[in-house]
Ligand binder design. Structure first.
Ligand code: PMP
Length: 433
């Protein structure tokens, strides 16, 4: 099983047998509030009726169509819809089947784009410490999680990393974007001085790092990165696999921060998790770089058997309707202030060393436990699950990313359950001393 202590799981398997709205039904008959929207993806709630109906209708019309040199209309309709939602000037889309594929596709497009412009010397990729960009070789190379890199030996050449932006000393208990740390973006200039900027193809960041602890960017940080990239002709990639499609109350994080990257990697919320699908959105200039060669040549030697799969397209079109026509992105934005207020009420509990939030993303960081890294978060998550709430332990942090269809009473339930779990399981070092 992925990212699972398999031997432990075998001893006490936890199985989900059904879902509805903001809840899961477990095999033992219990009902669990889904505080993480599946795995940061079921934004429109489980078994959203629009999406279920669209999938049932699609399977009886067209089950599969290759998108290699042939197409089907829904993929183009979806691409059109995505470019309407995307920041201005991003009118082109490449379909994948996951976040990992979107990241590797975005990196490959960035490299190929420079080559298509005659700049083969731009080959370096810059990621960031504490970044999660999926599990492809590109993604783990630019990713910044030591354990995920060291397991597999040498990775891509020509990769370097910016420092992460987590700064407990200056920013603990910030609400929304932390006020300190724009200077962390200047590390890009230092890296460029080290490597020669004309060798750098792209910089990739998650606007808000999710799986490494929910880390909103310091105020002004992303804009500064954009400025430095522009100055040196470097493409900027946002990995919006989590932040895309309303998680922050706007279509994309790019909208919230007012920073338009050259490429956006998406997945997860695109189909509400109902069918695997990802998409890379790109600026017109990136697309156009490929369109100058001979007419018969394939412009981009890249793609997947299931790129633009008809079922995934049907799910995605219905999902986008739910976000826009049913007002779910607006609902996400409207609930965020209450979510923030309630989450920060956990401040002061023993062992809680930071609380972070942006939109409907939240993180509660716990003091490290002497018995091992992440043990507090694991224990709290287990306690929550035993008491009807699914949350996600990521390192020392409990991550929250609920469906947008959440009601205030569900937010109360999340915070009450977390409160009890922290009180009963966390053993702060100060108490042990
Ligand atoms: N990028 C980010 C920011 C993610 O959060 C994830 C998944 N958690 C991925 C990429 C990888 O997505 P997938 O698991 O669909 O390959």
């Amino acid at each position: 099983m992925p990212f699972t202590p398999n031997r432990k799981f075998k001893q006490s398997p936890r199985l989900i047998v059904g879902s509805e709205g903001v809840h899961y039904d477990m095999a033992d008959g219990s009902r669990v509030l889904d505080g993480i929207a599946g795995l940061w993806c079921v934004n429109a709630g489980h078994r959203n009726p629009r999406i279920s109906a669209a999938l049932k209708a699609q399977i009886d019309v067209l089950d599969y169509a290759s998108s290699f040199q042939i197409g089907h209309p829904a993929a183009f309709t979806l691409a059109q819809r995505l470019s309407e939602m995307a920041p201005a000037g991003m009118n082109h889309v490449f379909f994948t089947n996951s976040g990992s594929e979107s990241v590797d596709t975005a990196l490959k497009i960035a490299l190929a784009c420079h080559r298509a412009r005659g700049n083969a010397g731009r080959y370096r990729l810059i990621g960031r410490e504490r970044a999660y960009h999926g599990v492809g070789f590109g993604g783990i190379s630019v990713g910044g999680i030591g354990r995920q890199r060291s397991t597999f030996g040498p990775l891509l050449n020509g990769v370097d990393h910016l420092p992460h932006t987590h700064d407990l000393a200056r920013n603990a208990f910030s609400r929304g974007e932390p006020g300190h740390g724009i200077d962390k973006a200047d590390a890009l200039e230092s890296l460029l001085a080290l490597h020669d900027p004309s060798t750098v193809a792209a910089v990739i960041v998650e606007p808000v790092a999710g799986s490494t602890g929910v880390l909103p960017p310091p105020r002004g940080y992303l804009r500064r990165l954009r400025e430095i990239c522009d100055k040196h002709g470097i493409l900027l990639i946002f990995d919006e696999v989590i932040t895309g499609f309303g998680r922050l109350g706007t279509n994309f994080a790019a909208d919230l921060f007012g920073v338009t990257p050259d490429l956006i990697a998406t997945a997860k919320g695109l189909t509400n998790g109902a069918v695997p699908m990802g998409a890379v959105l790109m600026r017109d200039e990136v697309h156009d770089a490929f369109m100058h060669g001979s007419v018969s040549a394939v412009e981009l030697s890249h793609g997947y058997t299931y790129s633009g799969h008809p079922l995934a397209c049907a799910a995605a079109l219905a999902t986008l309707d739910a976000y826009t026509q049913d007002g779910l992105i607006a609902q996400s934005a409207a609930l965020a202030p209450y979510f923030e207020e309630c989450l920060h009420a956990l401040r002061g509990l023993p062992g809680v060393i930071d609380i972070r939030n942006l939109g409907l993303l939240g993180g509660v960081e716990l003091e490290a436990w002497a018995s091992g890294p992440g043990m507090h978060a694991q224990a709290v998550a287990q306690h929550c699950l035993d008491n009807g709430l699914l949350v996600r332990p990521v390192g020392e942090t409990i991550a929250l990313s609920p469906p947008f269809t959440l009601e205030r009473r569900h937010v109360d339930q999340i915070v009450d359950t977390l409160h009890a779990a922290i009180k009963q399981t966390v053993q702060p070092a100060s108490a042990a001393a």
